[in-house]
Ligand binder design. Structure first.
Ligand code: PNS
Length: 159
């Protein structure tokens, strides 16, 4: 049984992320949810806030083999630090694959860690953290995309 890392910006965590974390929790002995920095994104929430949101979801769904952490360095270095041999990413459609494949090859080159892609559930294909924030900013309903506590935090952040 392998140790896996589910990395992401998680700004904020969505039902799509939670589903991939649950699936990873079923597949692997131990799972690290890694709140990391994406060089091309400007986050709405601090790393500590994003960890708290993810931690609450992990607690609510009783995912006992999942640990939430934040890390400032390279994903490949984190994987080596915790002896993880697998990185897990969710894929909604082709553009996700296009974005992910380069990172997967880079991480394999840097550390030998393999990335596996889990197809998103059909109910989550429309969800992204970016869409969630945009819909909220424009007054739309985000209840189908994030937990109530995250929804509350987004409305507090934008008002
Ligand atoms: O949720 P995202 O934004 O698609 O996640 C991307 C993330 C944060 C996993 C990626 O940017 C990352 O691994 N950042 C940590 C720094 C790193 O390892 N950079 C090299 C690979 S791009």
């Amino acid at each position: 049984m392998a140790i896996a890392v589910c990395p992401g910006s998680f700004d904020p965590i969505t039902f799509g992320h939670i589903d991939i974390i649950k699936k990873s929790s079923d597949l692997f002995e131990k799972v690290f949810v890694l709140v990391a920095h994406n060089a091309v994104k400007t986050p709405m929430f601090t790393p500590d806030q994003r960890v708290l949101f993810a931690q609450k979801a992990v607690n609510d769904y009783k995912l006992n083999n999942v640990e939430v952490v934040s890390y400032d360095g390279l994903l490949a270095t984190f994987c080596q630090k915790v002896d993880a041999t697998v990185i897990v990413k969710g894929i909604r459609q082709g553009t996700d694959y296009d974005n992910e494949i380069g990172m997967a090859l880079l991480n394999r080159k840097l550390s030998g860690v393999e990335t596996i892609f889990i197809p998103a559930d059909v109910d989550h294909l429309h969800i992204s953290s970016t869409y969630v924030k945009d819909v909220a900013v424009h007054g739309g309903d985000i209840s189908s995309m994030v937990t109530n506590s995250v929804k509350k935090a987004i409305y507090e952040a934008i008002n």
